[in-house]
Design a binder for this molecule. Structure first.
Ligand SMILES: Cc1cc2nc3c(=O)[nH]c(=O)nc-3n(C[C@H](O)[C@H](O)[C@H](O)COP(=O)(O)OP(=O)(O)OC[C@H]3O[C@@H](n4cnc5c(N)ncnc54)[C@H](O)[C@@H]3O)c2cc1C
Length: 496
């Protein structure tokens, strides 16, 4: 199951952050027993263990810093059990979607469908549909987790809970620290609440407390109709106005008519592409076409908001979409230049197009690394409260306009969660981008936001995390980790 490190295995030293680590051995367990055996060996030899899923993470969480790499890709079984799925951690999002019965639906969608469910759980991943359905955490009914001490805990939501802050997990027991979380979309640090479901302690823990070896996933009834609208707006102020109008829910309801019961379409996703992002995708249209990704006609100089509705039927979806489109002139936008998707095929095409933004940024950076091998992209993952959406967009725009940095902004605007991507042309660009990032993070923290809304902290955001939660909370998190991992062997260097 485990092999000493070969150059051919070098891929397992990195993730999508492009950070490269080091390791002594690599194991591909196929069973829970093999995971336990690897952990026992690591414990006996005091050897660090880095757990990996599909290595699509962008914060270096799965990048090893010596010791053993425990790659779970071969534990990929999926079983349908009534209205739930029982899955092993290496099952990919694509495989899970394919296994879900057609009348049901697994909502988490971190756009990268090669991600593993173990990685999604450990990062508490989100995606466009988190606007309606929340992050991965909301869709986890149960977990089996292998602990470093050899215990395997089998946890069910609603059954296995803390008593106040006291908890017992196998032979590990103790007191949870009274950690506070910002009231925004957040994937930074351990999740702790009095009387919490203990499943939630491992969701978003970035593999620092144990190894997820099985999960039970909640499936939802599939919506009868899914419709999407790409609207093009002339300014950032117009974008914020349109997003606020959609969020206030004033445009997504079909009124009761005659004796028909009111049926509503739910706004499921609200995504954003700034004008630079659209220009970047236009520039790469040929490359995208060669990958089978069609770039729709994108008007120059505008920003784009993508909205998606899930509805009981096409009529309800259409009513919601039309009501939204009717509001566009108020924000200086022309409803006639919208792109409409009114069937699953076209909605999927728009989603693939949405995913192309981060993917193309990564491949552009890979090209530049041929000249400057150390170059990496700078990508933010911060969220702010609703009232600060306009402020944060203005902050990014003003600061970036004062530089010549190549940049683009896209992301989950419905949750005030935007990814600013700086594409350095040389190392000095990276340093200039970092300085801006530090300034923005300080402001986001002051506004009560989070420095990581969905990617987690990994190895790249520890300084910002410390700034956000403070030394006292960090010390409490370290004490919690020590209960599970006294010698700091599990994913050392990640999160804490
Ligand atoms: C182009 C692109 C777009 C993306 N878009 C999004 C997005 O919209 N939303 C979003 O949330 N993310 C996004 N991501 C990030 C990434 O896909 C997610 O974080 C994903 O959940 C990581 O899954 P993985 O299997 O690749 O995990 P890995 O990268 O392998 O690991 C991530 C972390 O989880 C830990 N881990 C993995 N498996 C286990 C396990 N079984 N037990 C314990 N710990 C484990 C690892 O140690 C590491 O700390 C994107 C990535 C790319 C490349």
């Amino acid at each position: 199951m485990s092999e000493s490190f070969q150059p051919a295995l070098a891929d397992y030293l990195r993730d999508e952050s492009r950070r490269v680590g080091r390791a002594d051995r690599l194991a591909f367990p196929r069973t829970e027993a093999e995971v336990l055996a690897a952990l026992a060996e690591a414990r006996a030899q005091r050897m660090p263990v880095t757990t990996q899923g599909a290595r699509t993470g962008v914060t270096g969480g799965a990048v090893p810093e010596g010791g053993l790499v425990l790659n779970l890709a071969h534990m990929d079984q999926i079983q349908v059990e009534g209205e739930t799925l029982r899955v092993q951690p290496g099952a990919t999002l694509a495989a899970i979607r394919a296994a879900v019965p057609p009348h049901l639906y697994f909502a988490p969608d971190p756009t990268e469908t090669s991600a593993s469910i173990g990685g999604m759980i450990s990062c508490n991943s989100s995606g466009a549909l988190s606007f309606l359905h929340g992050p991965t955490r909301n869709h986890i009914l149960g977990l089996r987790v292998a602990l470093l001490n050899g215990d395997v805990v089998d946890l069910r939501r609603g059954r296995d809970q803390a008593a106040g802050l006291r908890f017992q997990l196998g032979s590990v027991s103790g007191e949870l620290p009274p950690l506070r979380r910002p009231a925004v979309k957040n994937a930074a640090g351990y999740f702790v609440d009095p009387d919490m479901d203990l499943v939630d302690l491992f969701v978003g823990a970035e593999g620092t407390l144990g190894v997820v070896v099985e999960a039970t996933l909640r499936l939802l009834p599939a919506p009868g109709a899914v419709w999407g609208l790409m609207a093009f707006l002339p300014s950032t102020a117009a974008v914020v106005g349109f997003v606020d109008a959609l969020r206030q829910g004033t445009v997504d309801r079909r009124q009761e008519s005659g004796d028909r019961k009111q049926e509503t379409a739910a706004l499921a996703a609200l995504e954003y592409f700034d004008s630079n992002c659209l220009a970047f995708l236009r520039e790469h249209a040929d490359e995208l076409a060669s990958k089978g990704i069609a770039v729709p006609a994108l008007p120059a100089g505008s920003a784009c908001v993508y909205a998606e509705w899930h509805a009981p039927d096409a009529a309800a979806a259409e009513a919601a979409l039309m009501a939204a489109a009717e509001r566009l002139p108020e924000f200086g936008a022309d409803p006639d230049v919208c792109i409409l998707a009114d069937n699953p095929h076209d909605v999927e095409k728009l989603k693939i197009f949405r995913h192309a933004a981060p993917e193309m940024v990564n491949s552009a950076i890979d090209e530049r690394r041929k000249i400057h091998p150390g170059l990496v992209k700078l990508g933010t993952d911060m969220s702010v409260p609703d009232a600060r959406l306009g402020d944060v967009l203005a902050l990014y725009e003003t600061d970036l306009a004062a530089t010549d940095l190549e940049h683009l902004v896209f992301g989950h605007i419905g949750a005030n969660h935007l990814h600013v991507n700086v594409l350095p042309r040389h190392p000095a660009d990276y340093d200039a981008g970092r300085a801006l990032y530090a300034r923005w993070a300080a402001q986001v923290i002051a506004w009560g936001g989070s420095i990581s809304a969905e990617h987690g902290i990994g190895k790249l955001k520890r300084d910002l995390f410390r700034q956000m939660v403070g030394d006292a909370a960090l010390a409490q998190m370290r004490d919690l980790k020590k209960l599970f991992d006294p010698d700091n062997l599990l994913n050392p260097g990640t999160l804490l």
